[in-house]
Design a protein around this ligand. Structure first.
Ligand SMILES: Nc1nc2c(c(=O)[nH]1)N[C@H]1C(S)=C(S)[C@@H](COP(=O)(O)OP(=O)(O)OC[C@H]3O[C@@H](n4cnc5c(N)ncnc54)[C@H](O)[C@@H]3O)O[C@H]1N2
Ligand code: MOO
Length: 461
Protein backbone atom coordinates (compact mmCIF):
# COMPACT_ATOMS: atom_id res chain seq x y z
CA UNK A 1 0.00 0.00 0.00
CA UNK A 2 1.36 3.40 -0.87
CA UNK A 3 1.06 6.63 0.96
CA UNK A 4 -0.04 9.83 -0.76
CA UNK A 5 2.78 12.29 -1.48
CA UNK A 6 1.14 14.89 0.76
CA UNK A 7 1.11 12.41 3.66
CA UNK A 8 4.75 11.48 2.99
CA UNK A 9 5.73 15.16 3.06
CA UNK A 10 4.02 15.65 6.37
CA UNK A 11 5.91 12.67 7.86
CA UNK A 12 9.17 14.06 6.51
CA UNK A 13 8.53 17.51 7.96
CA UNK A 14 7.58 16.12 11.34
CA UNK A 15 10.72 14.00 11.50
CA UNK A 16 12.98 16.83 10.31
CA UNK A 17 11.55 19.29 12.82
CA UNK A 18 12.16 16.84 15.65
CA UNK A 19 15.76 16.22 14.55
CA UNK A 20 16.44 19.90 14.03
CA UNK A 21 16.22 20.42 17.77
CA UNK A 22 18.70 17.62 18.44
CA UNK A 23 21.40 18.33 15.88
CA UNK A 24 24.98 18.47 17.08
CA UNK A 25 26.58 21.89 16.57
CA UNK A 26 23.45 23.08 14.82
CA UNK A 27 24.87 26.50 14.03
CA UNK A 28 28.17 28.09 13.23
CA UNK A 29 29.44 31.62 12.96
CA UNK A 30 31.14 32.56 9.72
CA UNK A 31 32.82 35.63 8.27
CA UNK A 32 30.23 37.43 6.16
CA UNK A 33 31.96 36.80 2.86
CA UNK A 34 32.26 33.07 3.58
CA UNK A 35 28.58 32.68 4.50
CA UNK A 36 27.20 33.06 0.96
CA UNK A 37 25.13 30.01 0.05
CA UNK A 38 24.51 29.18 3.70
CA UNK A 39 21.14 29.15 5.44
CA UNK A 40 20.52 31.84 8.06
CA UNK A 41 19.77 30.39 11.45
CA UNK A 42 17.91 33.43 12.76
CA UNK A 43 16.35 36.66 11.57
CA UNK A 44 18.94 39.34 10.87
CA UNK A 45 17.76 42.55 12.52
CA UNK A 46 19.51 45.86 12.01
CA UNK A 47 21.08 47.45 15.07
CA UNK A 48 21.42 50.77 13.34
CA UNK A 49 19.90 53.04 10.74
CA UNK A 50 21.68 53.79 7.49
CA UNK A 51 22.92 56.13 6.38
CA UNK A 52 23.63 57.18 9.98
CA UNK A 53 23.60 60.87 8.98
CA UNK A 54 22.23 63.01 6.19
CA UNK A 55 24.89 62.98 3.50
CA UNK A 56 25.52 64.60 0.12
CA UNK A 57 24.57 62.53 -2.92
CA UNK A 58 26.69 64.67 -5.29
CA UNK A 59 29.83 66.78 -5.24
CA UNK A 60 28.85 70.46 -4.97
CA UNK A 61 27.83 72.92 -2.30
CA UNK A 62 25.61 72.61 0.74
CA UNK A 63 23.20 75.52 0.63
CA UNK A 64 19.98 76.75 2.15
CA UNK A 65 17.51 75.97 -0.66
CA UNK A 66 15.01 78.71 0.18
CA UNK A 67 17.59 81.30 -0.90
CA UNK A 68 17.43 80.03 -4.50
CA UNK A 69 13.64 80.33 -4.84
CA UNK A 70 13.88 83.27 -7.27
CA UNK A 71 17.21 82.30 -8.88
CA UNK A 72 17.34 82.63 -12.67
CA UNK A 73 20.01 83.33 -15.31
CA UNK A 74 18.99 87.00 -15.17
CA UNK A 75 18.99 87.13 -11.38
CA UNK A 76 21.54 84.62 -10.07
CA UNK A 77 21.83 84.06 -6.34
CA UNK A 78 25.32 84.27 -4.92
CA UNK A 79 26.75 82.30 -2.02
CA UNK A 80 30.03 82.79 -0.18
CA UNK A 81 32.03 79.57 0.24
CA UNK A 82 32.73 79.32 3.96
CA UNK A 83 34.40 75.94 4.20
CA UNK A 84 34.86 72.53 2.68
CA UNK A 85 33.84 69.10 3.87
CA UNK A 86 34.71 65.68 2.46
CA UNK A 87 33.45 62.16 3.18
CA UNK A 88 34.82 61.16 6.56
CA UNK A 89 35.15 64.75 7.85
CA UNK A 90 33.33 65.76 11.01
CA UNK A 91 31.07 68.71 10.11
CA UNK A 92 31.41 70.04 13.67
CA UNK A 93 34.98 70.92 12.80
CA UNK A 94 33.80 73.55 10.33
CA UNK A 95 34.06 77.16 11.34
CA UNK A 96 30.82 77.68 13.20
CA UNK A 97 29.81 80.89 11.49
CA UNK A 98 30.00 79.14 8.14
CA UNK A 99 27.01 77.02 8.96
CA UNK A 100 24.85 79.85 10.20
CA UNK A 101 21.46 80.01 8.58
CA UNK A 102 20.19 82.74 6.33
CA UNK A 103 19.63 85.28 9.10
CA UNK A 104 23.41 85.46 9.63
CA UNK A 105 24.46 86.47 6.12
CA UNK A 106 28.03 87.59 5.73
CA UNK A 107 28.85 90.37 3.26
CA UNK A 108 25.15 90.19 2.40
CA UNK A 109 25.88 86.82 0.84
CA UNK A 110 24.43 83.51 1.89
CA UNK A 111 27.01 81.06 3.24
CA UNK A 112 27.59 77.73 1.56
CA UNK A 113 29.93 74.82 2.20
CA UNK A 114 31.74 72.95 -0.51
CA UNK A 115 30.65 69.36 0.04
CA UNK A 116 31.77 66.05 -1.44
CA UNK A 117 29.65 62.98 -2.17
CA UNK A 118 29.13 61.01 1.02
CA UNK A 119 30.11 63.89 3.34
CA UNK A 120 27.88 64.54 6.35
CA UNK A 121 25.61 67.54 5.88
CA UNK A 122 26.53 70.42 8.18
CA UNK A 123 23.73 71.92 10.29
CA UNK A 124 21.85 74.84 8.79
CA UNK A 125 22.01 73.64 5.18
CA UNK A 126 19.24 71.64 3.59
CA UNK A 127 20.21 70.92 -0.02
CA UNK A 128 23.18 70.27 -2.25
CA UNK A 129 23.69 72.14 -5.50
CA UNK A 130 25.97 70.23 -7.88
CA UNK A 131 29.14 71.81 -9.20
CA UNK A 132 27.64 71.59 -12.70
CA UNK A 133 24.79 73.93 -11.69
CA UNK A 134 27.04 76.66 -10.32
CA UNK A 135 29.55 79.18 -11.55
CA UNK A 136 32.48 79.82 -9.26
CA UNK A 137 33.84 83.33 -9.05
CA UNK A 138 36.72 84.77 -7.08
CA UNK A 139 35.97 87.03 -4.12
CA UNK A 140 35.99 90.82 -4.51
CA UNK A 141 39.43 91.14 -3.01
CA UNK A 142 42.34 88.89 -2.14
CA UNK A 143 41.06 88.57 1.45
CA UNK A 144 37.58 87.39 0.72
CA UNK A 145 36.64 83.82 0.07
CA UNK A 146 35.39 82.70 -3.35
CA UNK A 147 31.70 82.81 -4.28
CA UNK A 148 29.38 80.75 -6.37
CA UNK A 149 26.33 81.84 -8.27
CA UNK A 150 23.28 79.68 -8.81
CA UNK A 151 20.92 80.41 -11.70
CA UNK A 152 17.98 78.13 -10.94
CA UNK A 153 15.90 77.19 -7.89
CA UNK A 154 17.25 74.22 -5.96
CA UNK A 155 14.60 72.18 -4.21
CA UNK A 156 14.54 71.36 -0.52
CA UNK A 157 16.69 68.24 0.18
CA UNK A 158 18.05 68.15 -3.38
CA UNK A 159 20.90 65.63 -3.64
CA UNK A 160 20.77 65.03 0.07
CA UNK A 161 20.47 61.44 1.32
CA UNK A 162 18.45 61.36 4.47
CA UNK A 163 19.58 59.51 7.59
CA UNK A 164 17.76 56.17 7.91
CA UNK A 165 16.46 56.30 4.35
CA UNK A 166 18.01 52.91 3.51
CA UNK A 167 17.49 50.87 6.66
CA UNK A 168 15.93 51.72 10.01
CA UNK A 169 17.16 50.32 13.32
CA UNK A 170 15.00 47.26 14.08
CA UNK A 171 14.25 46.47 10.42
CA UNK A 172 14.37 42.73 9.62
CA UNK A 173 17.00 42.50 6.92
CA UNK A 174 16.71 38.79 6.12
CA UNK A 175 14.53 36.08 7.59
CA UNK A 176 15.74 32.89 9.27
CA UNK A 177 15.82 30.14 6.67
CA UNK A 178 16.89 32.44 3.83
CA UNK A 179 19.99 31.42 1.89
CA UNK A 180 22.56 34.20 1.95
CA UNK A 181 23.24 35.61 -1.53
CA UNK A 182 26.32 37.58 -2.53
CA UNK A 183 23.99 40.50 -3.32
CA UNK A 184 22.86 40.54 0.32
CA UNK A 185 26.44 41.22 1.39
CA UNK A 186 26.13 44.78 0.01
CA UNK A 187 23.64 45.75 2.68
CA UNK A 188 24.97 43.62 5.52
CA UNK A 189 28.50 44.97 5.12
CA UNK A 190 27.15 48.54 5.10
CA UNK A 191 25.63 47.81 8.50
CA UNK A 192 28.92 46.62 9.91
CA UNK A 193 28.01 42.93 10.05
CA UNK A 194 31.21 40.94 9.81
CA UNK A 195 30.06 37.52 11.02
CA UNK A 196 26.82 35.64 10.39
CA UNK A 197 25.28 32.75 12.29
CA UNK A 198 24.24 30.03 9.88
CA UNK A 199 22.66 26.61 10.21
CA UNK A 200 25.26 23.86 10.13
CA UNK A 201 25.38 22.05 6.82
CA UNK A 202 23.51 18.75 6.92
CA UNK A 203 25.97 15.86 7.03
CA UNK A 204 25.03 13.19 4.53
CA UNK A 205 26.52 9.83 3.63
CA UNK A 206 25.60 8.35 0.24
CA UNK A 207 25.92 4.73 -0.89
CA UNK A 208 25.15 3.09 -4.18
CA UNK A 209 24.16 -0.56 -4.25
CA UNK A 210 24.23 -3.27 -6.89
CA UNK A 211 26.74 -5.84 -8.03
CA UNK A 212 26.33 -4.65 -11.62
CA UNK A 213 28.04 -1.40 -10.54
CA UNK A 214 31.05 -3.38 -9.31
CA UNK A 215 31.29 -5.63 -12.32
CA UNK A 216 34.22 -5.16 -14.63
CA UNK A 217 32.90 -7.24 -17.49
CA UNK A 218 29.50 -8.60 -18.41
CA UNK A 219 26.56 -6.73 -16.96
CA UNK A 220 28.59 -3.65 -16.16
CA UNK A 221 26.55 -0.60 -15.25
CA UNK A 222 28.23 2.62 -14.23
CA UNK A 223 27.41 4.15 -10.89
CA UNK A 224 25.39 7.18 -11.88
CA UNK A 225 23.45 7.85 -8.72
CA UNK A 226 26.44 8.08 -6.38
CA UNK A 227 28.21 10.93 -8.23
CA UNK A 228 24.91 12.67 -9.05
CA UNK A 229 23.52 12.66 -5.53
CA UNK A 230 26.87 13.66 -4.05
CA UNK A 231 27.17 16.57 -6.48
CA UNK A 232 23.56 17.66 -6.11
CA UNK A 233 23.69 17.70 -2.34
CA UNK A 234 26.94 19.63 -2.36
CA UNK A 235 25.30 22.14 -4.69
CA UNK A 236 22.57 22.75 -2.15
CA UNK A 237 24.97 23.12 0.75
CA UNK A 238 25.29 19.71 2.39
CA UNK A 239 28.52 18.11 3.61
CA UNK A 240 28.53 14.86 1.69
CA UNK A 241 30.65 11.74 2.00
CA UNK A 242 30.33 9.04 -0.59
CA UNK A 243 30.45 5.72 1.26
CA UNK A 244 31.06 3.63 -1.85
CA UNK A 245 29.29 1.04 -3.95
CA UNK A 246 27.95 -1.88 -1.94
CA UNK A 247 27.39 -5.37 -3.29
CA UNK A 248 23.92 -6.95 -3.09
CA UNK A 249 24.76 -8.66 0.18
CA UNK A 250 22.38 -8.26 3.12
CA UNK A 251 25.03 -8.80 5.80
CA UNK A 252 27.35 -6.27 4.19
CA UNK A 253 24.56 -3.73 3.81
CA UNK A 254 23.57 -4.09 7.44
CA UNK A 255 27.14 -3.80 8.63
CA UNK A 256 27.71 -0.62 6.63
CA UNK A 257 24.42 0.99 7.58
CA UNK A 258 24.86 0.25 11.28
CA UNK A 259 28.41 1.53 11.08
CA UNK A 260 27.53 4.77 9.38
CA UNK A 261 24.50 5.45 11.60
CA UNK A 262 26.66 5.17 14.73
CA UNK A 263 29.65 6.93 13.21
CA UNK A 264 31.29 9.81 15.00
CA UNK A 265 30.78 11.80 11.82
CA UNK A 266 27.25 12.35 13.22
CA UNK A 267 25.54 12.02 9.90
CA UNK A 268 22.10 13.60 9.76
CA UNK A 269 21.12 11.62 6.69
CA UNK A 270 22.14 8.36 5.04
CA UNK A 271 21.05 7.64 1.47
CA UNK A 272 21.23 4.45 -0.52
CA UNK A 273 20.09 3.97 -4.07
CA UNK A 274 18.86 0.67 -5.45
CA UNK A 275 17.79 -2.58 -3.81
CA UNK A 276 14.59 -1.09 -2.43
CA UNK A 277 11.94 -2.61 -4.68
CA UNK A 278 10.64 -6.16 -4.96
CA UNK A 279 13.47 -8.08 -6.64
CA UNK A 280 15.41 -11.04 -5.21
CA UNK A 281 18.41 -8.80 -4.49
CA UNK A 282 16.45 -5.86 -3.11
CA UNK A 283 17.68 -6.31 0.45
CA UNK A 284 17.29 -2.81 1.85
CA UNK A 285 13.78 -3.19 3.39
CA UNK A 286 14.67 -6.47 5.13
CA UNK A 287 18.00 -5.13 6.33
CA UNK A 288 16.18 -2.21 7.96
CA UNK A 289 13.68 -4.52 9.61
CA UNK A 290 16.64 -6.56 10.93
CA UNK A 291 18.16 -3.38 12.35
CA UNK A 292 14.89 -2.50 14.10
CA UNK A 293 14.78 0.70 12.11
CA UNK A 294 11.66 2.78 12.46
CA UNK A 295 10.32 2.55 8.90
CA UNK A 296 8.15 5.61 8.34
CA UNK A 297 7.09 4.68 4.85
CA UNK A 298 7.99 2.29 2.09
CA UNK A 299 6.16 3.18 -1.09
CA UNK A 300 4.68 6.55 -1.98
CA UNK A 301 2.11 7.34 -4.65
CA UNK A 302 4.56 9.16 -6.89
CA UNK A 303 5.85 8.54 -10.41
CA UNK A 304 8.67 7.92 -10.86
CA UNK A 305 10.10 6.65 -7.60
CA UNK A 306 7.20 4.85 -5.93
CA UNK A 307 9.39 2.22 -4.17
CA UNK A 308 11.09 4.96 -2.06
CA UNK A 309 11.64 4.19 1.61
CA UNK A 310 12.15 6.49 4.59
CA UNK A 311 13.22 5.27 8.02
CA UNK A 312 14.73 6.60 11.22
CA UNK A 313 17.82 4.83 12.49
CA UNK A 314 18.80 4.93 16.14
CA UNK A 315 22.56 5.37 16.32
CA UNK A 316 24.51 3.42 18.88
CA UNK A 317 25.66 6.03 21.36
CA UNK A 318 29.49 5.90 21.38
CA UNK A 319 30.89 5.02 24.84
CA UNK A 320 31.30 8.08 27.05
CA UNK A 321 29.13 10.21 24.75
CA UNK A 322 26.89 12.38 26.88
CA UNK A 323 25.14 14.11 23.96
CA UNK A 324 21.35 14.26 24.35
CA UNK A 325 19.44 11.10 23.41
CA UNK A 326 16.65 10.91 20.89
CA UNK A 327 18.86 11.70 17.93
CA UNK A 328 17.95 9.69 14.84
CA UNK A 329 19.63 9.35 11.50
CA UNK A 330 17.23 9.84 8.62
CA UNK A 331 17.58 7.01 6.15
CA UNK A 332 16.40 7.30 2.56
CA UNK A 333 16.28 4.23 0.35
CA UNK A 334 15.95 5.72 -3.12
CA UNK A 335 15.06 3.56 -6.11
CA UNK A 336 17.92 2.52 -8.35
CA UNK A 337 16.72 3.82 -11.70
CA UNK A 338 18.65 7.09 -11.98
CA UNK A 339 15.69 9.20 -13.14
CA UNK A 340 13.64 7.89 -10.23
CA UNK A 341 16.52 8.48 -7.80
CA UNK A 342 16.78 12.07 -9.08
CA UNK A 343 13.04 12.67 -8.63
CA UNK A 344 13.09 11.18 -5.13
CA UNK A 345 16.13 13.24 -4.19
CA UNK A 346 14.28 16.35 -5.31
CA UNK A 347 10.84 15.66 -3.91
CA UNK A 348 11.57 13.46 -0.87
CA UNK A 349 15.12 14.17 0.36
CA UNK A 350 15.39 17.90 -0.40
CA UNK A 351 12.17 18.76 1.50
CA UNK A 352 13.58 16.90 4.53
CA UNK A 353 16.94 18.72 4.32
CA UNK A 354 15.28 22.10 3.88
CA UNK A 355 13.19 21.53 6.95
CA UNK A 356 16.18 20.25 8.93
CA UNK A 357 18.03 23.51 8.33
CA UNK A 358 15.00 25.73 8.93
CA UNK A 359 14.31 26.66 5.32
CA UNK A 360 10.71 27.30 4.42
CA UNK A 361 8.80 25.65 1.61
CA UNK A 362 9.91 26.52 -1.89
CA UNK A 363 7.87 28.75 -4.13
CA UNK A 364 7.40 26.99 -7.47
CA UNK A 365 7.08 28.97 -10.69
CA UNK A 366 3.61 28.53 -12.13
CA UNK A 367 3.81 28.13 -15.89
CA UNK A 368 1.54 27.24 -18.77
CA UNK A 369 2.06 23.71 -20.05
CA UNK A 370 3.11 24.10 -23.69
CA UNK A 371 1.95 20.77 -24.97
CA UNK A 372 -1.30 20.01 -23.25
CA UNK A 373 0.07 16.63 -22.34
CA UNK A 374 -1.03 15.90 -18.81
CA UNK A 375 0.38 12.45 -18.05
CA UNK A 376 -2.19 9.72 -17.77
CA UNK A 377 -2.45 9.92 -13.99
CA UNK A 378 -5.41 7.60 -13.81
CA UNK A 379 -3.64 4.65 -15.35
CA UNK A 380 -0.79 5.13 -12.89
CA UNK A 381 -3.13 5.12 -9.91
CA UNK A 382 -1.64 3.47 -6.89
CA UNK A 383 -3.29 2.06 -3.80
CA UNK A 384 -3.03 4.09 -0.65
CA UNK A 385 -3.90 3.19 2.89
CA UNK A 386 -4.91 6.02 5.15
CA UNK A 387 -6.05 5.66 8.76
CA UNK A 388 -6.58 1.94 8.23
CA UNK A 389 -9.02 2.38 5.37
CA UNK A 390 -7.70 1.45 1.94
CA UNK A 391 -8.41 4.17 -0.60
CA UNK A 392 -7.10 4.72 -4.10
CA UNK A 393 -4.94 7.66 -4.82
CA UNK A 394 -3.78 8.99 -8.12
CA UNK A 395 -0.05 9.56 -7.81
CA UNK A 396 1.77 12.86 -7.86
CA UNK A 397 3.72 12.86 -11.10
CA UNK A 398 7.10 14.46 -11.68
CA UNK A 399 8.24 15.18 -15.21
CA UNK A 400 11.27 17.14 -16.37
CA UNK A 401 11.04 19.88 -18.93
CA UNK A 402 12.26 23.20 -20.23
CA UNK A 403 10.84 26.32 -18.63
CA UNK A 404 11.19 29.58 -20.54
CA UNK A 405 9.71 33.04 -20.91
CA UNK A 406 7.80 33.91 -24.07
CA UNK A 407 8.34 37.23 -25.85
CA UNK A 408 5.19 38.38 -24.06
CA UNK A 409 6.81 37.60 -20.72
CA UNK A 410 4.71 34.56 -19.85
CA UNK A 411 6.32 31.50 -18.27
CA UNK A 412 5.72 28.36 -20.29
CA UNK A 413 7.09 24.86 -19.86
CA UNK A 414 7.57 22.12 -22.41
CA UNK A 415 7.98 18.58 -21.11
CA UNK A 416 11.07 16.66 -22.24
CA UNK A 417 10.09 14.10 -24.86
CA UNK A 418 11.86 11.22 -23.15
CA UNK A 419 10.57 10.65 -19.64
CA UNK A 420 11.79 7.14 -18.80
CA UNK A 421 13.52 6.83 -15.37
CA UNK A 422 16.41 5.14 -17.16
CA UNK A 423 16.85 7.85 -19.86
CA UNK A 424 19.29 10.51 -18.78
CA UNK A 425 20.06 12.49 -21.94
CA UNK A 426 17.15 14.94 -21.34
CA UNK A 427 18.74 16.02 -18.06
CA UNK A 428 21.25 18.05 -20.05
CA UNK A 429 18.54 20.14 -21.72
CA UNK A 430 15.83 20.20 -19.04
CA UNK A 431 15.97 22.97 -16.44
CA UNK A 432 13.08 22.06 -14.18
CA UNK A 433 10.80 19.45 -12.71
CA UNK A 434 7.11 19.81 -13.36
CA UNK A 435 4.86 18.64 -10.55
CA UNK A 436 1.44 17.29 -11.50
CA UNK A 437 -0.75 16.93 -8.46
CA UNK A 438 -3.40 14.23 -8.20
CA UNK A 439 -6.14 16.87 -8.39
CA UNK A 440 -4.90 17.81 -11.85
CA UNK A 441 -3.46 21.10 -10.50
CA UNK A 442 -7.03 22.39 -10.60
CA UNK A 443 -6.26 25.01 -7.92
CA UNK A 444 -3.76 26.69 -10.25
CA UNK A 445 -6.04 27.24 -13.20
CA UNK A 446 -6.52 25.55 -16.50
CA UNK A 447 -3.31 24.42 -18.23
CA UNK A 448 -1.04 25.69 -15.45
CA UNK A 449 1.57 23.60 -13.65
CA UNK A 450 4.18 24.10 -10.93
CA UNK A 451 7.88 24.06 -11.83
CA UNK A 452 10.85 23.65 -9.51
CA UNK A 453 14.56 23.68 -10.31
CA UNK A 454 16.10 20.28 -11.05
CA UNK A 455 18.08 20.20 -7.83
CA UNK A 456 17.17 23.19 -5.68
CA UNK A 457 17.70 26.91 -5.37
CA UNK A 458 15.99 29.52 -7.49
CA UNK A 459 14.79 29.02 -11.04
CA UNK A 460 16.26 31.73 -13.25
CA UNK A 461 14.43 32.59 -16.44
N1 LIG B 1 7.86 -6.25 -9.37
C1 LIG B 1 8.20 -4.95 -9.30
N2 LIG B 1 9.33 -4.59 -9.89
C2 LIG B 1 9.72 -3.30 -9.84
C3 LIG B 1 8.89 -2.34 -9.22
C4 LIG B 1 7.72 -2.78 -8.61
O1 LIG B 1 6.95 -1.98 -8.03
N3 LIG B 1 7.40 -4.10 -8.68
N4 LIG B 1 9.30 -1.03 -9.23
C5 LIG B 1 10.13 -0.62 -10.34
C6 LIG B 1 10.61 0.69 -10.16
S1 LIG B 1 9.49 1.91 -10.37
C7 LIG B 1 11.90 0.97 -9.92
S2 LIG B 1 12.45 2.58 -9.91
C8 LIG B 1 12.89 -0.03 -9.70
C9 LIG B 1 13.63 0.26 -8.42
O2 LIG B 1 14.25 -0.85 -8.02
P1 LIG B 1 15.40 -0.87 -6.96
O3 LIG B 1 15.43 0.33 -6.14
O4 LIG B 1 15.29 -2.14 -6.26
O5 LIG B 1 16.68 -0.78 -7.85
P2 LIG B 1 17.56 -1.92 -8.48
O6 LIG B 1 16.70 -3.07 -8.80
O7 LIG B 1 18.71 -2.14 -7.62
O8 LIG B 1 18.00 -1.20 -9.81
C10 LIG B 1 17.09 -0.82 -10.76
C11 LIG B 1 17.87 -0.32 -11.99
O9 LIG B 1 18.62 0.81 -11.65
C12 LIG B 1 19.99 0.61 -11.94
N5 LIG B 1 20.81 1.23 -10.91
C13 LIG B 1 20.78 0.96 -9.62
N6 LIG B 1 21.67 1.72 -8.96
C14 LIG B 1 22.29 2.46 -9.89
C15 LIG B 1 23.31 3.42 -9.83
N7 LIG B 1 23.88 3.77 -8.68
N8 LIG B 1 23.72 3.99 -10.98
C16 LIG B 1 23.17 3.65 -12.15
N9 LIG B 1 22.16 2.74 -12.26
C17 LIG B 1 21.75 2.14 -11.15
C18 LIG B 1 20.17 -0.88 -11.90
O10 LIG B 1 21.33 -1.26 -12.61
C19 LIG B 1 18.87 -1.33 -12.51
O11 LIG B 1 18.95 -1.23 -13.91
O12 LIG B 1 12.29 -1.30 -9.59
C20 LIG B 1 11.28 -1.56 -10.57
N10 LIG B 1 10.89 -2.91 -10.44
O1 MOO C 1 9.09 4.73 -10.80
MO1 MOO C 1 10.50 3.81 -11.14
O2 MOO C 1 10.95 4.65 -9.80
O3 MOO C 1 9.81 3.75 -12.71
O4 MOO C 1 11.88 4.05 -12.03
Amino acid sequence: MSLSYAAALSILHQAANAQRELRQDATSSLPLEDAVGRVLDRDLVSNESTPPHDTAAMDGYAIHSEATRTASPGAPVRFRIRGRIGAGDDPRMLVLEASMPRSREIDNLQPCIEIMTGAVFPDGFDACVRYEDTVRVAGNDSQSQPEISVTKPISLRADRRLAGSDVKRGDVLLRAGATLQASNVLLLASLGLTTITVAARPRVCVFSTGKELLSTSFGLARDTNGPFITAALKEIGSDVDFGGVLDDDAALLRDRLEGVAGSEAYYDVVITTGAVSKGCFDHIPDVLVGMNADIQFHGVAIRPGHPVLFALLTPRQPAGDDKPGGRKVAFFGLPGNPGAAAACLRFIVVPYLRCLTGQGPEAPIVAGLEEASMPAAAKDALPCQKAGTPTWHSPDIFRHGVLRLTAQGTAVVRLSKEQSPAKLAPFTTANCWVHFRPNGNSDLGSGLVECLPLVAGDLHL
